[in-house]
Design a protein around this ligand. Sequence first.
Ligand SMILES: *Cc1c(COP(=O)(O)O)cnc(C)c1O
Length: 375
Amino acid sequence: MHIHPKITPIYQTSVFKFEDLNELELYFGEPGSRYLYSRNGNPNSDELADAVNLLEGGAGAVATGSGMAAIFAAIMTYCASGDHVLCAADIYGGSSALLNQELSRLGVGVTYVPFEVLAEDLTPYLEPRTRLLLCETISNPLLRVVDLRGAAQACHTHGLKLVVDNTFATPVLTRPFDYEADLVLHSVTKYISGHSDVTAGVVVARAAEDAARLKQIGVLFGLTLSPMESWLAVRGLKTLRLRVEAHCRNAEAIAKFLKQQPTVQAVHYPGLPDHPQHLLAANQGRALFGGMLSFQLEDEAEVVNQFMRAVKRFPFAPSLAGVDSSLSYPLGTSHRSLTQQQQLELGIRVGLVRLSVGIEPINELLADLEQAFAK
Ligand SMILES: *Cc1c(COP(=O)(O)O)cnc(C)c1O
C-alpha cells in the first residue's frame, strides 16, 4: 500500500521504532534521516520550524512550547551565568518578568534601554559581559518601530548579538535578518498560527552554529512543541500573508476612523502619517503597518468600561493577532506588573486601549465602533 497524503499527518507519537541496531546507527550517522523521540524532533514540529525558517530566511529554527520558551531559548543561546543583557524598555511584559524574576536568579543581569537610543551609542549601558540586545520590531502597546539596521550596527560595534521578537511585524512586513539581526523569535500563538487556538513559539538563527545551539537548548531544556500544536500552527501559517494583508487594511481604516472621534485623544498606529516612525515603518514594513493599534481615551476607568461594554465585535481578551478582532487593556493586563513610574514613562495610562484588528468585513467593524462611540 502506498499512502501519499498531501498534507503532513499528525505524528501523535512520543517515540519512533527501529528495525534493528543498523537503523539506530543510521539515525545518528545521517542526521535528519529518521526520528527517535519526539522531544528530540518530530515531523510536525520540524515542519513548523522549517516553514518559519524559510519565511525569515534563517539557517535553522526550533519550535517551542510557547513564545516565552522561545525568548528563554534565545537568551540561553548566548548567555551563561555572569553575563548581562540589554533589553528595550518597550518590551512584552513576560520578557521583562523572565529577565527580572528568573534569569537574574541564574546570574544573568539586565539593563533596560530607552526606545530613543536603541539604534544609537549603547556604551552607557554596557557591562564587561554584555552579550545581547533584545527588542521588538514593533512594540506593544504604543506601536513604536525600532530601526533594526541601526540597532544591529549599534550591537555589532560592541560584539553584541541582536535578538528580535518579530511577533507583531511577522516576516510579511519585516525580515530582521535583512537588517543583520542574529536571532529572530515569534510567539507563534499570535499571527503565525493566527486563529487564537494554539500556544507555541519559534526561534530562528541567522548562523548555522547558533541554530545548532538552539536545537540543543530545545532538547535539553525540554522546550519542545507537541505534534498537534505544531500541525495547527502549520495550517494557520499557510494563510499568513493573506491574513496579515487583511489585518493591515482593516487596522488602517480603523486608525483613520478613530482619529476623527472627538473623544479619542491620540491614536497610535505606524500607518498614520503623524506616527513618529511612519517613514521607517513604511520602509522596514514594505508599506504594510500591521494589525495592532492603540488609542487614548479620557483617563477615567469608567470611560474605558463604557467603551468595553458598548463594543460587540471587540471582546476584551488579553491576547492578539487572531482572525477575530479583540481588545486589550495594557494597564490592567500586559503591563500590570510594571511600577507606576515605568507605566508613566512608557505612556501606559488609565485611558489607553489596544485593539487587535481582525479580518472581518471592515464595514461591520466600523459600524460597531460607530455605535459604541455614539453612546
Ligand atoms: C504573546 C507574546 C509573547 C509571549 O508568547 P506566548 O506564546 O504567550 O508565550 C512574546 N512576545 C510578544 C511580543 C508577544 O506578544
